[in-house]
Design a protein around this ligand. Structure first.
Ligand SMILES: C[S@@+](CC[C@H](N)C(=O)[O-])C[C@H]1O[C@@H](n2cnc3c(N)ncnc32)[C@H](O)[C@@H]1O
Length: 221
């Protein structure tokens, strides 16, 4: 298990992140990465070529790929510090063969899918509530075009169902909106399922995760 080293500085994102050389350590990724890797293993068993949108520090890419050495994994993030962290992590773990260099992808750009070929899975962890809804729309639009029939989109985060969710997620939603009115916990039934249908995908799994989060799987129809 990777422990943050002692000689570390702090870098401020939505949460304070520790850093050694270029590798960032996100406290939330430290808590959830093993659960997410396990859910990925169970729900994305048939996928081999994976694009990750909004990879952040890169810790999820490492955990998922360690658990599934036969994956080809393409991380990305529009934030340069995150891309440096992903690069440092893949070198530190000697996983350059399995994990490609991180690309600069903003899912709001309609051309983001042009970077890829033969992708059968897309992963997006904790992004759609901490970005304008256009980022979520761009993710689904791209996924609908890029994935083959049967390909899957794996989403992780807090979600609402018909406007309801756990009290901690409602607090989180308020705090997100106070930082940016375009951010917020997204609604599975009112927002995500209709968006999936518009883009040729269906919701096939909802898996409860620790701390009132869920994994959602959308499959290309
Ligand atoms: C809360 S962090 C999550 C990072 C990582 N997935 C995790 O769970 O630790 C949100 C990430 O979304 C990225 N992001 C924000 N807007 C985006 C967009 N429009 N397209 C792609 N990534 C975006 C940010 O750069 C940031 O790395």
């Amino acid at each position: 298990m990777d422990k943050p080293p002692k000689d570390r500085k702090l870098s401020i994102a939505l949460e304070p992140r520790e850093i050694q050389e270029e590798r960032l350590f996100s406290p939330s990724a430290g808590r959830n990465k093993d659960f997410i890797a396990e859910a990925f293993g169970a729900l994305m068993r048939d996928c081999r070529n994976i694009v990750e949108i909004a990879s952040g520090t890169g810790e999820h890419a490492i955990a998922i790929c360690k658990a599934r050495p036969n994956l080809h994994y393409f991380p990305s993030d529009p934030d340069p510090q995150s891309r440096r962290s992903i690069e440092a992590w893949r070198r530190h773990e000697n996983m350059q063969q399995q994990i490609a260099a991180a690309l600069d992808i903003d899912s709001r750009r309609s051309d983001w899918i042009e970077n890829f070929n033969g992708v059968d899975g897309i992963v997006c962890i904790n992004m759609i509530h901490i970005a304008p809804f256009a980022a979520c729309e761009g993710l689904f639009k791209g996924a609908g075009k890029l994935l083959p029939v049967g390909g899957k989109l794996f989403l992780y985060g807090p979600f609402m169902r018909e406007g309801e969710t756990a009290p901690s997620n409602l607090d989180f939603d308020r705090s997100l909106k106070s930082r940016n009115p375009d951010w917020g916990v997204r609604d599975i039934d009112r927002a995500l399922v209709p968006l999936a249908h518009e883009n040729g995908m269906v919701l096939t799994s909802i898996r409860p995760m620790p701390a009132n989060n869920h994994v959602l799987i959308f499959k290309k129809d």
